[in-house]
Write a protein that binds this ligand. Structure first.
Ligand code: TV1
Ligand code: CA
Ligand code: ZN
Length: 397
């Protein structure tokens, strides 16, 4: 492979334990480890690893998980197997599809599969390791594409997420950083992270997502949801939600993203930023409904990077594996400052190259030619920007 030189003036680290590739949610489940294998393949084949410090982090310990999660939930995750789950919890053996989600949120979205705990501890270990490298200033930008599982709650699995690696990484950052900004561009609402930091003014959460309370998971995150209502609660106004309709395109998203994120950074003045890059906001995603191209998604990463603050970058959703890999490889190149030099034609010799045949062997297929019209009007977008500016006025000074 050709090699790319290290960025000048800042350090980027890549935190990845290939053990995460060994997990399987189930044959028909949309969450595929394959997307991580393909991402790694692109990053290595482009030679991008030569521009970063690469770490294979150890799995997180139960004690580390318990910094956020309830002990009994961590214990449950550490012992549950597909073999013993019905014995342990007979009440789970209900319904035609498997089990009810009465116990710690397990069910169809969050099945108990072999190696579940090792999987959770592995992706979380990478996010905590990345946060530590930022804290001790060994890295300026730290990347964990296997993390970003934003729905997990203190004692509940939700939406394919069991352990909230983002919350645990932010808790690590808060040991050294007075203020952390969390930005979430996954097509789903970042409800688990929002809930964890709902009542603090040290973490500001900003999520962009499809919002339809009735039909789109998780159904939370309207514009008006900005933190606790009580006037004495420090978390009041420290949550920003950007609810969107189907089909938003690169141009509309960039306009909105920049006009929300820039004033938020200027007002909140974070000392570190965590960016969740869920790739289910791309066009052609199996579960998503937006129209973003790889470049449109990547523009968010470029924009956040341009503020020059310590940055933790994590993955998240993304259900058309080859496009997830394209997006996260492109975003890796942005973070190391190599996006202008990378050949948009995929490397001629690389593992799993065939996976990219359908759209042609390019990093930038056209993903906007899709079934979704843009249902976000100019007026919708301007209303959101106005609302955010009014909200930020409360936290100035
Ligand atoms: C098993 C097999 C589970 C096939 C789940 C899509 C499946 C989904 C499956 C699915 C599916 C959801 C709900 C269900 C409301 C619940 C990583 C009645 C074809 C961060 C999580 C989405 C997104 C959960 C996670 C959602 C993330 N959509 N096929 N499940 N209950 N759950 O709607 O934000 O990307 O779809
Ligand atoms: Ca989101
Ligand atoms: Zn998602």
């Amino acid at each position: 492979a050709n090699s790319i030189s290290r960025p000048k003036g800042y350090r980027v680290s890549w935190h990845y334990n290939p053990a995460v590739e060994n997990h399987h949610f189930g044959q028909t489940h949309p969450m595929k480890p394959w997307r991580l294998t393909l991402t790694k393949s692109l990053v290595l084949s482009y030679g991008m690893h030569t521009a970063m410090d690469t770490y294979i982090p150890r799995a997180a310990t139960k004690e580390e998980l318990a910094e956020f999660h309830k002990d009994s939930y961590v214990d449950f995750l550490s012992v549950a197997t597909p073999q013993n789950i019905y014995e342990m919890y007979p009440e789970l053996a209900a319904g035609p599809t498997g089990y009810s989600s009465a116990i710690f949120g397990v069910g169809d979205d969050c099945p108990i599969f072999d190696g579940l705990f090792a999987f959770c501890a592995t992706y979380t270990g990478a996010s905590i390791d990345a946060a530590r490298k930022l804290c001790n200033k060994q890295s300026d930008i730290a990347i964990n594409w296997s993390g970003g599982l934003h729905h997990a709650k203190k004692a509940e699995a939700s939406g394919f997420c069991y352990v909230n690696d983002i919350v645990l990484a932010i808790l690590q950052l808060l040991r050294h950083h007075p203020r952390v900004l969390y930005i979430d561009i996954d097509v789903h609402h970042g409800d688990g992270v929002e809930q964890a930091f709902w009542s603090t003014d040290r973490v500001m959460c900003v999520s962009f997502h499809k919002y339809d309370r009735e039909v789109f998971f998780p159904g939370t995150g309207p514009l008006e949801s900005t933190g606790p209502i009580h006037p004495d609660n420090p978390g009041k106004n420290y949550t920003i939600n950007v609810p969107l309709n189907d089909g938003i395109d690169d141009e509309g998203y960039a306009y909105l993203f920049q006009n929300v994120v820039e004033p938020t950074i200027k007002t909140f003045n974070p000392t570190a930023i965590v960016l969740q890059c869920g790739a289910d906001s791309l066009g052609h995603d199996r579960l998503g409904c937006f129209n973003l191209n790889i470049r449109g998604h990547g523009n968010c990463v470029s924009f956040v990077k341009s503020f020059g603050l310590p940055m933790l970058v994590v993955g998240g959703g993304g259900y058309t594996p080859r496009n997830v890999a394209r997006a996260w490889a492109h975003e890796t190149s942005i973070l190391i400052g190599a996006d202008k030099t990378l050949n948009p034609d995929l490397p001629e010799f690389m593992p799993h190259r065939e996976a990219f045949r359908r759209e042609g062997f390019t990093l930038f297929p056209n993903l906007s030619a899709w079934k979704k019209d843009n249902m976000n009007t100019r007026a919708d977008v301007e209303k959101i920007i106005r609302h955010v500016r009014e909200q930020l006025a409360y936290i100035r000074g």
